[in-house]
Design a protein around this ligand. Sequence first.
Ligand SMILES: Nc1nc2c(ncn2[C@@H]2O[C@H](COP(=O)(O)OP(=O)(O)O)[C@@H](O)[C@H]2O)c(=O)[nH]1
Ligand SMILES: [Mg+2]
Length: 375
Amino acid sequence: MNNDTAGSPGEEKESKTGSNRPRPRRRKPQPRPKPDQQSEKKSGDSQARSQAQKKPQQGRKPQPRRDQNLLSIVVPCYNEEESLPELALQIEKEMDQIGGKYEVIFIDDGSTDDSFGQMKMIHRRNKRFKAIQFRRNNGKSAALAIGFKEARGNIVITMDADLQDDPAEIKNLIKKIKEGYDLVSGWKKNRKDPLGKTLPSKFANFMMNKFSGLKLHDHNCGLKAYRREVVKTVKVYGEMHRYIPILAAAEGFKCTEIPVNHHARRYGKSKYGISRLLKGYLDFMTVILTTKYFKRPMHFFGSIGTLFVTSGFLVNLYLFILWLGNETYLSNRPLLIFGVALMIIGVQSFTTGLLGELLVKNTSDSTNYSISNRL
Ligand SMILES: Nc1nc2c(ncn2[C@@H]2O[C@H](COP(=O)(O)OP(=O)(O)O)[C@@H](O)[C@H]2O)c(=O)[nH]1
Ligand SMILES: [Mg+2]
């Protein structure tokens, strides 16, 4: 309860009658604070009380407020203690040149080195730098998801913490966003990474271009710029950070890319090895299937089912004709099992599609389309 109950109906009446009794001290009536401003305006013991009430929910913050003129820079970080101080200096220098308000949100994803200690020092020096620390390592997607949730700016930049991305590119990304794009991805045209990284990456980009419908040279560049709506719409989890442009394009956002400067890793080592490739592949399948067929599973499972059932039927028809002509005993033909198996798999795929359709029809989510404007 707020102590600032200025202008309550009882008090109003008394002052109007002009009685001689000493007037109770009144404060100037103040406009009722908006719900999200309330916490800032409370004072004195009311604040203490509200803090005491909040205690069990420590760490839970109200939704961050939007700031039209703010640029948010989200930096996921895992064991990058050596790079952080220099990265902060580079960002500060760049932002001083660009001008305007900005915030940097570091997400320390359960680092086992002193990354968070470095973030603390940077924060002490410059309060525009904020840091969130996960208790354990949750992965880059989780870190980005929290960064996106916390970001208050109208434009959100993401960049790696390892000094491989160049903050000098921020202005170019913003320029492109202002041309009317919702997402601008960096393209490490002259990538300074070993062949063991660049080759799998080339293959992954080829597959993504082939199957997703969105053509980019470098889907998985850490350096990107987003219009706020994109980061508040696209759901990033698992290892989905690689596919944000595809997910955004599937929602109807306008995506493009610009070539960006890339540096060789100076400190520490790369966190992405072969083991993450498999996860990436599985997430890729999920992205393709959900973005293309989420609202119409029958189109996917139904067509596979139909293909299988038809092939099985043709195989068995062929055997049947031979059998009619007394040319073969069916017990001698393994092809029969193949034909029957094809038909069974086909029917199963078909019914899976049907079940999927029923689920889509019955979930409240089935009309959850991303809307850009209303009049
Ligand atoms: N939050 C989070 N960030 C990570 C994780 N692994 C890597 N990163 C960050 O993602 C960025 C790119 O990682 P890096 O190892 O350099 O990948 P590479 O550039 O493809 O070799 C760096 O800023 C890392 O600190 C992780 O598990 N969680
Ligand atoms: Mg890197």
